[in-house]
Design a protein around this ligand. Structure first.
Ligand code: CTP
Ligand code: MG
Length: 224
């Protein structure tokens, strides 16, 4: 099995002075937290980090606190997330049957979520995403902000990463060069069925300064 950790975003909404994945959370960059969990996955054969241009060197300052796991490959990212994933997929060991794609920004995702996703892919799903029931009522709106609909909340899930797929299937879905905010969307478009398994509140994405504070508090609490 292979894991691609995408870490090439700049983190505009966080607004730190380094790319988001290299921002410290409790003494270790977000990327370090994500890599430590991915490296603990049983059966891991290939681990690929997609890094921002000029930050691909695990010996460099941006990696401070990150112990590069064996079999780590680092490749340079692209302008959008889909392009970064495609670059990572190209570097995954061809012998992997399953690949997981994970956001470095979901740095506190528990290992159990990774394991649930892998198990469901191995059980035969074309695509597997962790997701949580939506607690807010969600509205669709038009360009003017007027509500156009209220989808039934019971049928909605907020999805997270890691998302898992047979490696060949995800490579084929990305071969179109299309762009989407997650990998499952590309697989859905190719007509495959994607399964949602239980996610975890700890798999939240660090997006804003408030998220970073929350992650930092959680790591501090974990150590005591
Ligand atoms: N990502 C990436 N390459 C990009 C854009 C995003 O590898 N061109 C990665 C990010 O590093 C992150 C994940 O995709 O781990 C989720 O993206 P997001 O949270 O949107 O991160 P950023 O794009 O860095 O943040 P922002 O949108 O606020 O600029
Ligand atoms: Mg982004």
């Amino acid at each position: 099995m292979g894991v691609v950790v995408v870490a090439a975003g700049s983190g505009q909404r966080l607004g730190a002075d380094v790319p988001k994945a290299f921002v410290d959370v409790g003494g270790r960059p977000m990327l370090g937290h994500a890599l430590a969990t991915a490296a603990a996955l049983p059966g891991l054969r290939s681990l690929v980090v997609v890094a921002p241009a000029g930050m691909g060197d695990p010996a460099g300052a941006g990696w401070r606190g990150v112990e590069p796991p064996p079999a780590l490959r680092v490749v340079e990212g692209a302008a959008d997330r889909s392009g970064s994933v495609a670059a990572g997929l190209a570097a995954v060991d061809d012998g992997c049957d399953v690949v997981l794609v994970h956001d470095a920004a979901r740095c506190l995702t528990p290992l159990a979520v990774f394991e649930r996703v892998v198990a469901a892919v191995r059980a035969g799903a074309d695509g597997v995403v962790p997701g949580l029931a939506v607690v807010d009522t969600v509205k669709t709106v038009d360009a003017g902000g007027f509500v156009t609909g209220t989808p039934d909340r019971a049928g909605l899930r907020a999805v997270q990463t890691p998302q898992g797929f047979p490696l060949a299937l995800l490579r084929a879905a990305h071969a179109s060069g299309q762009v989407a905010t997650d990998d499952a969307a590309l697989v859905e478009r190719t007509g495959h069925r994607v399964l949602v398994v239980e996610g975890d509140a700890l798999a939240f994405k660090v997006t804003t300064p408030e998220d970073l504070e929350r992650a930092t508090r959680l790591v501090a609490g974990r150590d005591h």
